[in-house]
Design a binder for this molecule. Structure first.
Ligand code: S3P
Length: 448
């Protein structure tokens, strides 16, 4: 079942060259944060280029339930009239975050230091994911949580009416956990300190500074030490959301493996905490260039040009790069299947607790389609078949995971026999225009 309706099975067939411009939607991480920080500000925040995927729409609905006024004015153009830090009202009903781990974890952080009680739920995928990674640190502020066994949703959180600031070393490389702690720290008096051993995406830090919070980042021998001064007055902002590198990954990778392709993916945010996939692809020998490199809204941006790359070879992806490409391993494993030799991906335990167990989901679908995959708890190796040599012809299960669905759609575009995907419904969570955009480039995708 997809999260918001009946399953949508699809077939992806081998296609001719992909060509043209691929205008992918706005960044999902920045879209969630724009709505949340807008809701925590005083005044009207205006957002252009907001991703209108289901995950972000669920966060918009949640912000309304907490008392902010959220309005859409045109495609991607939204305003949020905020309630200010500590101003969240108690929602009258359960907050349903759908498929979104980012949505639920960030919102838990925001309400944890407010004296309100909130019950959270999500779809079948989200309700399996671990929440203790957030409820542990927010309990240090004084919040209490009551969930299902193993810290699973549905879960009720009683926010701390008199929060204290905390110092917290994040035990897993997770921007969601880091962000939840920082957002909780917003309404605590004094200084909240978050230490992360590995740098994860830093949109929360950058945007908090943009909204007027006092926040410093120091690189120390212990890791990245982030210090936030609590109870600031956040001021409404105008935000132009860069396009999502994690969505750009799909047309880019498709172009690399479909014979004769030449695709331009304009205006992609290349924040170094997000761009690991593109570095990796270039190391594998991909014909992937950055054109028109520039800076927009404090973020590096470029147009990506990807051309068919018949001679890619597998590499050992440095584990320290994992956080900067954590959402891109599924589609990387598809490219790896078309390369020569082994692609070794280590230090990627986090893949097992995403929208699905992504190592398991990809390994199953790749193997069914003729690709050799070895796996362990926190590593996997894909043995490439070489360009044009992936058999295809089998059904892939997507386990309510948008990125698994899109990765197998990409695989079908260059496999010898068509690839069937059991449910493409979840793609709407992050990339609602995927099907039309890929078809416009020349992909042959059919709903069954
Ligand atoms: C996200 C952080 C990542 C990523 C997710 C978006 C964010 O999760 O997988 O898609 O916006 O903070 P973790 O922080 O749990 O690794």
């Amino acid at each position: 079942m997809s999260s918001h309706g009946a399953p949508i099975p699809m077939i992806s067939r081998k296609c001719g060259p992909l060509s043209g411009d691929a205008h992918v939607p706005g960044d999902k991480s920045i879209s969630h944060r724009s709505l949340i920080l807008g809701a925590l500000s005083i005044g009207r925040t205006e957002v252009f280029g907001l991703l209108e995927g289901q995950d972000v729409l669920d966060t918009a609905k949640a912000m309304q339930a907490f008392g902010a006024t959220v309005e859409q004015h045109g495609v991607g153009h939204w305003t949020i009239d905020g309630v200010g830090v500590g101003g969240f009202a108690e929602p009258q009903n359960v907050i349903d975050c759908g498929n979104s781990g980012t949505g639920v974890r960030l919102i838990m952080g925001c309400m944890a230091t407010t004296g309100i009680t909130v019950t959270f739920t999500g779809d079948a995928s989200l309700n399996k994911r671990p929440m203790a990674r957030v409820t542990d640190p927010i309990s240090l502020f004084g919040a209490q949580s009551f969930g299902r066994q193993g810290g699973r949703l549905p879960m009720t959180i009683v926010g701390a009416a008199n929060p204290v600031p905390v110092s917290y070393k994040v035990p897993v490389p997770s921007a969601q956990v880091k962000s939840a702690v920082l957002l909780a720290g917003l309404n605590a008096p004094g200084k909240t300190v978050v230490i992360e051993q590995e740098a994860t995406r830093d949109h929360t830090e950058r945007m908090l500074v943009g909204f007027g919070a006092e926040l410093t980042v120091e690189d120390t021998t212990q890791g990245r030490v982030i210090t936030l001064t609590g109870q600031p007055e956040l001021k409404a902002q105008t935000i132009v959301v860069p396009r999502d590198p994690s969505s750009a990954a799909f047309p880019v990778c498709a172009a690399l493996i479909v014979k004769g392709s030449d695709v331009l993916v304009p205006n992609i945010g290349l924040n170094p905490t997000r761009a690991g996939l593109f570095t990796t692809l270039r190391e594998m020998g991909a014909d992937l260039t950055y054109e028109n490199e520039r800076e927009e809204g404090g973020e590096p941006v470029a147009d990506l040009r990807a051309r068919y790359s018949p001679n890619m070879t597998g590499i050992a992806v440095p584990p320290e790069r994992a956080a900067s490409m954590i959402d891109e391993y599924p589609v990387l494993s598809v490219v790896a299947a078309f390369a020569q030799g082994d692609t070794v991906m280590k230090g990627v335990k986090e893949l097992r607790v995403k929208e699905s167990d992504r190592i398991d989901a990809m390994a199953k679908g790749l193997r069914a389609n003729g690709v050799t995959v070895e796996e362990g708890d926190d590593w996997w190796i894909v043995t490439g078949c070489g360009m044009g040599n992936v058999a295809g012809g089998a059904l892939c299960e997507t386990f309510l995971d948008h990125r698994i669905a899109m990765s197998f759609m990409v695989m079908g575009m260059a496999s010898s026999a068509p690839v069937t995907i059991d449910d493409c419904g979840p793609i709407a969570t992050s990339f609602p225009i995927f099907e039309g955009l890929m078809a416009d480039l020349g992909a042959v995708l059919e709903r069954m």
